[in-house]
Design a binder for this molecule. Structure first.
Ligand SMILES: Nc1nc2c(ncn2[C@@H]2O[C@H](COP(=O)(O)OP(=O)(O)OP(=O)(O)O)[C@@H](O)[C@H]2O)c(=O)[nH]1
Length: 344
Protein backbone atom coordinates (compact mmCIF):
# COMPACT_ATOMS: atom_id res chain seq x y z
CA UNK A 1 0.00 0.00 0.00
CA UNK A 2 2.96 2.27 0.57
CA UNK A 3 3.62 2.78 -3.09
CA UNK A 4 0.06 3.34 -4.19
CA UNK A 5 -0.25 7.12 -4.05
CA UNK A 6 2.80 7.48 -6.26
CA UNK A 7 1.45 4.93 -8.68
CA UNK A 8 -1.86 6.69 -8.85
CA UNK A 9 -0.29 10.10 -9.28
CA UNK A 10 1.78 8.74 -12.13
CA UNK A 11 -1.28 7.42 -13.77
CA UNK A 12 -3.48 10.39 -13.21
CA UNK A 13 -2.02 12.25 -16.13
CA UNK A 14 -2.27 9.28 -18.41
CA UNK A 15 -5.82 8.71 -17.42
CA UNK A 16 -6.81 12.28 -17.92
CA UNK A 17 -5.08 12.48 -21.23
CA UNK A 18 -6.44 9.28 -22.63
CA UNK A 19 -9.14 9.71 -25.16
CA UNK A 20 -12.63 9.07 -23.95
CA UNK A 21 -13.22 6.46 -26.58
CA UNK A 22 -16.58 5.39 -25.40
CA UNK A 23 -18.22 8.58 -26.31
CA UNK A 24 -21.33 7.58 -24.54
CA UNK A 25 -20.66 8.97 -21.13
CA UNK A 26 -21.64 12.53 -21.82
CA UNK A 27 -25.07 13.31 -20.68
CA UNK A 28 -25.54 10.43 -18.27
CA UNK A 29 -27.21 12.86 -15.93
CA UNK A 30 -30.10 12.85 -18.35
CA UNK A 31 -30.60 9.23 -17.43
CA UNK A 32 -31.75 10.39 -14.04
CA UNK A 33 -34.72 11.91 -15.70
CA UNK A 34 -35.49 8.76 -17.62
CA UNK A 35 -37.09 6.55 -15.02
CA UNK A 36 -39.99 5.70 -17.28
CA UNK A 37 -37.62 4.24 -19.88
CA UNK A 38 -35.77 2.28 -17.26
CA UNK A 39 -39.00 1.10 -15.83
CA UNK A 40 -40.16 -0.03 -19.19
CA UNK A 41 -36.91 -1.82 -19.84
CA UNK A 42 -36.89 -3.87 -16.76
CA UNK A 43 -40.32 -4.13 -15.35
CA UNK A 44 -39.64 -2.08 -12.27
CA UNK A 45 -43.24 -2.32 -11.38
CA UNK A 46 -42.82 -6.01 -10.75
CA UNK A 47 -43.08 -6.93 -7.12
CA UNK A 48 -41.08 -9.37 -5.04
CA UNK A 49 -42.04 -12.85 -6.00
CA UNK A 50 -43.60 -11.77 -9.25
CA UNK A 51 -42.40 -13.56 -12.35
CA UNK A 52 -43.40 -11.76 -15.50
CA UNK A 53 -45.04 -13.96 -18.03
CA UNK A 54 -42.91 -14.62 -21.08
CA UNK A 55 -39.67 -14.02 -19.26
CA UNK A 56 -38.29 -17.44 -18.56
CA UNK A 57 -35.57 -18.65 -16.30
CA UNK A 58 -32.19 -18.41 -17.88
CA UNK A 59 -29.00 -20.30 -17.71
CA UNK A 60 -26.00 -18.06 -17.31
CA UNK A 61 -25.19 -17.92 -20.97
CA UNK A 62 -28.76 -17.27 -21.91
CA UNK A 63 -28.62 -13.75 -20.51
CA UNK A 64 -29.65 -11.29 -23.17
CA UNK A 65 -27.06 -8.69 -23.84
CA UNK A 66 -26.41 -5.37 -25.42
CA UNK A 67 -23.32 -5.06 -27.61
CA UNK A 68 -21.92 -2.18 -25.67
CA UNK A 69 -18.37 -2.50 -26.94
CA UNK A 70 -16.99 0.93 -27.30
CA UNK A 71 -19.75 2.38 -25.26
CA UNK A 72 -22.30 2.51 -28.01
CA UNK A 73 -25.88 3.05 -27.15
CA UNK A 74 -27.26 0.21 -25.08
CA UNK A 75 -29.68 -1.94 -26.95
CA UNK A 76 -32.17 -3.30 -24.55
CA UNK A 77 -33.24 -6.73 -25.50
CA UNK A 78 -35.89 -9.25 -24.81
CA UNK A 79 -39.08 -8.47 -23.05
CA UNK A 80 -37.62 -5.46 -21.34
CA UNK A 81 -37.35 -3.13 -24.33
CA UNK A 82 -40.18 -0.63 -24.31
CA UNK A 83 -40.82 -0.90 -28.02
CA UNK A 84 -40.77 -4.67 -27.83
CA UNK A 85 -42.98 -4.67 -24.79
CA UNK A 86 -45.65 -3.01 -26.88
CA UNK A 87 -45.51 -5.90 -29.34
CA UNK A 88 -45.86 -8.58 -26.74
CA UNK A 89 -49.09 -10.27 -25.81
CA UNK A 90 -50.72 -8.57 -22.91
CA UNK A 91 -50.10 -10.34 -19.62
CA UNK A 92 -52.98 -10.81 -17.25
CA UNK A 93 -53.05 -8.02 -14.67
CA UNK A 94 -50.88 -8.76 -11.69
CA UNK A 95 -52.46 -8.52 -8.25
CA UNK A 96 -51.38 -5.56 -6.17
CA UNK A 97 -48.30 -6.31 -4.13
CA UNK A 98 -48.55 -6.54 -0.39
CA UNK A 99 -45.73 -4.00 -0.09
CA UNK A 100 -43.35 -2.13 -2.35
CA UNK A 101 -40.17 -3.71 -3.63
CA UNK A 102 -38.22 -0.97 -1.93
CA UNK A 103 -37.57 -0.71 1.78
CA UNK A 104 -36.00 2.40 3.24
CA UNK A 105 -34.67 5.53 1.66
CA UNK A 106 -33.09 4.71 -1.70
CA UNK A 107 -31.84 8.24 -2.31
CA UNK A 108 -28.07 8.02 -2.03
CA UNK A 109 -28.00 11.79 -2.02
CA UNK A 110 -29.11 11.51 1.57
CA UNK A 111 -25.91 9.65 2.39
CA UNK A 112 -22.43 11.12 2.56
CA UNK A 113 -19.18 9.96 1.06
CA UNK A 114 -19.48 9.75 -2.74
CA UNK A 115 -16.41 10.87 -4.63
CA UNK A 116 -16.18 14.60 -5.24
CA UNK A 117 -13.24 14.44 -7.70
CA UNK A 118 -13.05 13.60 -11.34
CA UNK A 119 -12.19 9.95 -11.09
CA UNK A 120 -14.63 7.11 -11.46
CA UNK A 121 -17.05 6.30 -8.72
CA UNK A 122 -16.31 2.78 -7.51
CA UNK A 123 -19.11 0.54 -6.38
CA UNK A 124 -18.49 -2.85 -4.83
CA UNK A 125 -20.87 -5.76 -5.31
CA UNK A 126 -20.47 -8.42 -2.63
CA UNK A 127 -22.43 -11.25 -1.11
CA UNK A 128 -22.57 -15.01 -0.63
CA UNK A 129 -21.69 -17.52 -3.34
CA UNK A 130 -24.29 -17.74 -6.06
CA UNK A 131 -26.55 -14.96 -4.78
CA UNK A 132 -26.52 -13.20 -8.14
CA UNK A 133 -23.61 -10.76 -8.00
CA UNK A 134 -22.49 -11.46 -11.55
CA UNK A 135 -26.07 -11.39 -12.76
CA UNK A 136 -26.45 -7.98 -11.11
CA UNK A 137 -23.22 -6.66 -12.63
CA UNK A 138 -24.40 -7.90 -16.02
CA UNK A 139 -27.74 -6.19 -15.48
CA UNK A 140 -26.09 -2.91 -14.53
CA UNK A 141 -23.82 -3.07 -17.56
CA UNK A 142 -26.84 -3.76 -19.72
CA UNK A 143 -28.72 -0.82 -18.23
CA UNK A 144 -25.88 1.70 -18.02
CA UNK A 145 -23.09 0.91 -20.49
CA UNK A 146 -24.68 2.94 -23.23
CA UNK A 147 -24.87 5.97 -20.99
CA UNK A 148 -21.89 5.75 -18.67
CA UNK A 149 -18.18 5.22 -19.23
CA UNK A 150 -18.04 1.95 -17.41
CA UNK A 151 -15.54 -0.76 -16.44
CA UNK A 152 -15.70 -3.87 -14.29
CA UNK A 153 -13.31 -5.79 -12.04
CA UNK A 154 -14.26 -9.30 -11.01
CA UNK A 155 -12.81 -11.49 -8.26
CA UNK A 156 -12.76 -15.26 -8.21
CA UNK A 157 -10.67 -17.53 -6.05
CA UNK A 158 -9.15 -19.89 -8.61
CA UNK A 159 -10.64 -18.93 -11.96
CA UNK A 160 -11.69 -15.98 -14.10
CA UNK A 161 -15.18 -17.41 -14.35
CA UNK A 162 -17.17 -14.25 -13.66
CA UNK A 163 -15.15 -12.10 -16.04
CA UNK A 164 -15.40 -14.82 -18.69
CA UNK A 165 -19.14 -14.91 -18.22
CA UNK A 166 -19.53 -11.14 -18.53
CA UNK A 167 -17.33 -11.06 -21.62
CA UNK A 168 -19.26 -13.93 -23.19
CA UNK A 169 -22.53 -12.21 -22.34
CA UNK A 170 -21.39 -9.19 -24.34
CA UNK A 171 -22.62 -6.66 -21.82
CA UNK A 172 -19.46 -4.56 -22.04
CA UNK A 173 -16.35 -4.17 -24.17
CA UNK A 174 -14.35 -7.24 -23.04
CA UNK A 175 -11.22 -5.12 -22.56
CA UNK A 176 -13.03 -3.15 -19.88
CA UNK A 177 -13.49 -6.26 -17.75
CA UNK A 178 -10.53 -7.29 -15.61
CA UNK A 179 -10.36 -10.49 -13.59
CA UNK A 180 -8.53 -11.03 -10.34
CA UNK A 181 -7.79 -14.50 -9.05
CA UNK A 182 -7.52 -13.98 -5.34
CA UNK A 183 -6.17 -17.45 -4.51
CA UNK A 184 -7.61 -16.95 -1.05
CA UNK A 185 -10.86 -16.05 0.65
CA UNK A 186 -12.40 -13.27 -1.43
CA UNK A 187 -12.90 -10.91 1.49
CA UNK A 188 -9.16 -10.63 1.97
CA UNK A 189 -8.80 -9.06 -1.49
CA UNK A 190 -11.62 -6.57 -1.05
CA UNK A 191 -11.00 -5.63 2.57
CA UNK A 192 -7.65 -6.66 3.99
CA UNK A 193 -5.17 -6.29 1.13
CA UNK A 194 -6.95 -4.36 -1.58
CA UNK A 195 -3.85 -3.71 -3.66
CA UNK A 196 -4.67 -6.15 -6.48
CA UNK A 197 -8.12 -4.65 -6.86
CA UNK A 198 -6.81 -1.09 -6.68
CA UNK A 199 -4.25 -1.98 -9.34
CA UNK A 200 -6.98 -3.33 -11.58
CA UNK A 201 -9.20 -0.28 -11.07
CA UNK A 202 -6.35 2.10 -11.71
CA UNK A 203 -5.22 0.17 -14.77
CA UNK A 204 -8.71 0.46 -16.19
CA UNK A 205 -8.79 4.18 -15.48
CA UNK A 206 -5.37 4.58 -17.10
CA UNK A 207 -6.39 2.57 -20.16
CA UNK A 208 -9.91 3.87 -20.65
CA UNK A 209 -10.23 6.96 -18.46
CA UNK A 210 -11.89 9.13 -17.73
CA UNK A 211 -14.49 6.67 -16.52
CA UNK A 212 -17.74 7.39 -14.74
CA UNK A 213 -18.12 4.12 -12.90
CA UNK A 214 -16.10 1.04 -12.00
CA UNK A 215 -18.00 -1.93 -10.60
CA UNK A 216 -15.90 -4.25 -8.43
CA UNK A 217 -17.48 -7.65 -7.95
CA UNK A 218 -16.23 -9.67 -5.02
CA UNK A 219 -15.89 -13.39 -5.13
CA UNK A 220 -18.68 -15.17 -3.26
CA UNK A 221 -18.01 -15.18 0.45
CA UNK A 222 -20.09 -15.15 3.61
CA UNK A 223 -22.18 -12.69 5.59
CA UNK A 224 -19.13 -11.07 7.11
CA UNK A 225 -17.50 -10.14 3.79
CA UNK A 226 -17.46 -6.44 3.09
CA UNK A 227 -15.38 -4.03 1.04
CA UNK A 228 -12.89 -1.60 2.43
CA UNK A 229 -13.94 1.95 1.71
CA UNK A 230 -10.35 2.35 0.65
CA UNK A 231 -11.36 0.42 -2.45
CA UNK A 232 -14.95 1.45 -3.14
CA UNK A 233 -17.14 4.46 -2.53
CA UNK A 234 -20.31 2.47 -2.10
CA UNK A 235 -21.11 -1.18 -1.68
CA UNK A 236 -24.04 -3.31 -2.64
CA UNK A 237 -24.58 -6.55 -0.74
CA UNK A 238 -26.51 -9.23 -2.63
CA UNK A 239 -28.26 -12.07 -0.84
CA UNK A 240 -30.84 -14.36 -2.31
CA UNK A 241 -34.15 -15.84 -1.37
CA UNK A 242 -33.05 -19.41 -2.04
CA UNK A 243 -31.15 -19.45 1.24
CA UNK A 244 -34.43 -19.01 3.08
CA UNK A 245 -36.15 -16.03 4.66
CA UNK A 246 -33.92 -16.28 7.73
CA UNK A 247 -30.90 -14.78 5.96
CA UNK A 248 -31.55 -11.06 6.56
CA UNK A 249 -32.10 -11.51 10.28
CA UNK A 250 -28.80 -13.35 10.58
CA UNK A 251 -27.30 -9.94 10.10
CA UNK A 252 -23.62 -9.31 9.57
CA UNK A 253 -22.06 -6.13 8.26
CA UNK A 254 -23.07 -6.68 4.65
CA UNK A 255 -26.72 -7.13 5.53
CA UNK A 256 -26.86 -4.37 8.11
CA UNK A 257 -24.48 -1.67 6.89
CA UNK A 258 -24.06 -1.99 3.12
CA UNK A 259 -25.17 1.06 1.21
CA UNK A 260 -27.72 -1.02 -0.64
CA UNK A 261 -28.99 -4.49 0.19
CA UNK A 262 -30.31 -6.43 -2.78
CA UNK A 263 -32.47 -9.46 -2.03
CA UNK A 264 -32.40 -11.41 -5.27
CA UNK A 265 -34.17 -14.44 -6.75
CA UNK A 266 -37.60 -13.43 -5.51
CA UNK A 267 -38.97 -15.72 -8.20
CA UNK A 268 -37.76 -18.66 -6.12
CA UNK A 269 -39.65 -17.66 -2.98
CA UNK A 270 -42.63 -19.94 -3.57
CA UNK A 271 -40.31 -22.85 -4.35
CA UNK A 272 -38.32 -22.60 -1.14
CA UNK A 273 -41.13 -21.40 1.11
CA UNK A 274 -39.49 -18.05 1.78
CA UNK A 275 -41.71 -15.27 3.07
CA UNK A 276 -40.63 -12.02 1.42
CA UNK A 277 -42.52 -9.96 3.98
CA UNK A 278 -40.43 -11.53 6.73
CA UNK A 279 -37.27 -10.73 4.80
CA UNK A 280 -38.38 -7.15 4.25
CA UNK A 281 -39.33 -6.67 7.88
CA UNK A 282 -36.09 -8.14 9.23
CA UNK A 283 -33.97 -6.18 6.78
CA UNK A 284 -35.76 -2.97 7.67
CA UNK A 285 -35.31 -3.64 11.38
CA UNK A 286 -31.58 -4.25 11.02
CA UNK A 287 -30.84 -1.55 8.45
CA UNK A 288 -33.05 1.26 9.69
CA UNK A 289 -33.04 3.83 6.88
CA UNK A 290 -30.62 1.98 4.63
CA UNK A 291 -32.29 0.89 1.41
CA UNK A 292 -33.27 -2.60 0.33
CA UNK A 293 -34.32 -3.63 -3.14
CA UNK A 294 -35.93 -6.92 -4.06
CA UNK A 295 -34.99 -8.26 -7.47
CA UNK A 296 -35.50 -11.20 -9.70
CA UNK A 297 -32.72 -10.86 -12.20
CA UNK A 298 -34.21 -13.60 -14.32
CA UNK A 299 -37.62 -11.95 -14.46
CA UNK A 300 -36.28 -8.37 -14.58
CA UNK A 301 -32.80 -8.61 -16.14
CA UNK A 302 -32.43 -4.84 -16.34
CA UNK A 303 -32.40 -4.29 -12.56
CA UNK A 304 -33.82 -0.85 -13.19
CA UNK A 305 -34.24 0.14 -9.56
CA UNK A 306 -30.66 -0.79 -8.77
CA UNK A 307 -29.49 1.09 -11.86
CA UNK A 308 -31.40 4.14 -10.69
CA UNK A 309 -29.75 3.86 -7.29
CA UNK A 310 -26.35 3.75 -9.01
CA UNK A 311 -27.23 6.84 -11.02
CA UNK A 312 -28.17 8.57 -7.81
CA UNK A 313 -24.76 7.74 -6.36
CA UNK A 314 -23.11 9.26 -9.42
CA UNK A 315 -25.30 12.32 -9.24
CA UNK A 316 -24.31 12.83 -5.62
CA UNK A 317 -20.64 12.43 -6.49
CA UNK A 318 -21.03 14.86 -9.34
CA UNK A 319 -22.70 17.43 -7.16
CA UNK A 320 -20.00 17.33 -4.48
CA UNK A 321 -17.32 20.03 -4.63
CA UNK A 322 -14.15 18.88 -6.42
CA UNK A 323 -10.91 18.96 -4.45
CA UNK A 324 -7.73 20.34 -5.95
CA UNK A 325 -5.32 18.07 -7.75
CA UNK A 326 -5.66 14.58 -9.21
CA UNK A 327 -7.44 11.86 -7.30
CA UNK A 328 -5.33 9.62 -5.14
CA UNK A 329 -6.10 6.29 -3.54
CA UNK A 330 -5.47 7.92 -0.19
CA UNK A 331 -8.52 10.08 -0.87
CA UNK A 332 -10.60 6.96 -0.39
CA UNK A 333 -9.08 6.41 2.99
CA UNK A 334 -9.78 9.97 3.99
CA UNK A 335 -13.37 9.60 2.89
CA UNK A 336 -13.64 6.37 4.83
CA UNK A 337 -12.43 8.02 7.98
CA UNK A 338 -14.64 11.04 7.49
CA UNK A 339 -17.83 9.18 6.69
CA UNK A 340 -19.69 8.22 9.86
CA UNK A 341 -21.26 4.80 10.03
CA UNK A 342 -19.11 3.35 7.28
CA UNK A 343 -18.05 -0.25 7.21
CA UNK A 344 -14.44 -0.89 7.99
N1 LIG B 1 -33.98 -18.10 -10.30
C1 LIG B 1 -33.07 -17.13 -10.34
N2 LIG B 1 -31.80 -17.42 -10.64
C2 LIG B 1 -30.90 -16.40 -10.64
C3 LIG B 1 -31.27 -15.07 -10.37
N3 LIG B 1 -30.15 -14.29 -10.44
C4 LIG B 1 -29.15 -15.12 -10.75
N4 LIG B 1 -29.61 -16.39 -10.89
C5 LIG B 1 -28.84 -17.59 -11.21
O1 LIG B 1 -28.09 -17.95 -10.05
C6 LIG B 1 -26.85 -18.50 -10.45
C7 LIG B 1 -25.72 -17.75 -9.76
O2 LIG B 1 -25.75 -16.41 -10.24
P1 LIG B 1 -24.43 -15.55 -10.29
O3 LIG B 1 -24.79 -14.21 -10.80
O4 LIG B 1 -23.36 -16.30 -10.99
O5 LIG B 1 -24.09 -15.51 -8.74
P2 LIG B 1 -22.76 -14.94 -8.06
O6 LIG B 1 -23.18 -14.36 -6.78
O7 LIG B 1 -22.02 -14.06 -9.00
O8 LIG B 1 -21.94 -16.28 -7.84
P3 LIG B 1 -20.39 -16.41 -7.38
O9 LIG B 1 -19.60 -15.45 -8.21
O10 LIG B 1 -20.08 -17.84 -7.65
O11 LIG B 1 -20.36 -16.09 -5.93
C8 LIG B 1 -26.80 -18.42 -11.96
O12 LIG B 1 -27.17 -19.68 -12.48
C9 LIG B 1 -27.81 -17.37 -12.30
O13 LIG B 1 -28.40 -17.53 -13.56
C10 LIG B 1 -32.64 -14.80 -10.07
O14 LIG B 1 -33.07 -13.67 -9.81
N5 LIG B 1 -33.49 -15.86 -10.06
Amino acid sequence: MEGRPQRSADRAGAGAGASADVGAGAGWEAFLFWPACLEGSAGVGARPGEVREGVGMHREHDIQTSPAAGGGPARRTGAGHPSEAAQQPTSPPTPPAARPSVVGDVRPEARPGARPDGRAVRIGVGGPVGSGKTALVAALCRALAGTLRLAVVTNDIYTTEDADFLRAAGVLDPARIRAIETGCCPHTAIRDDISANLDAVEDLEADFGPLDLVLVESGGDNLTATFSYGLVDRQIFVIDVAGGDKVPRKGGPGVTNSDLLVINKTDLAPLVGADLDVMARDAERLRHDRPVLFTSLTAQPGAAEVANWVLGVLAAAHAAPAPHGPPRPSDHLAAQTAAPGRLS
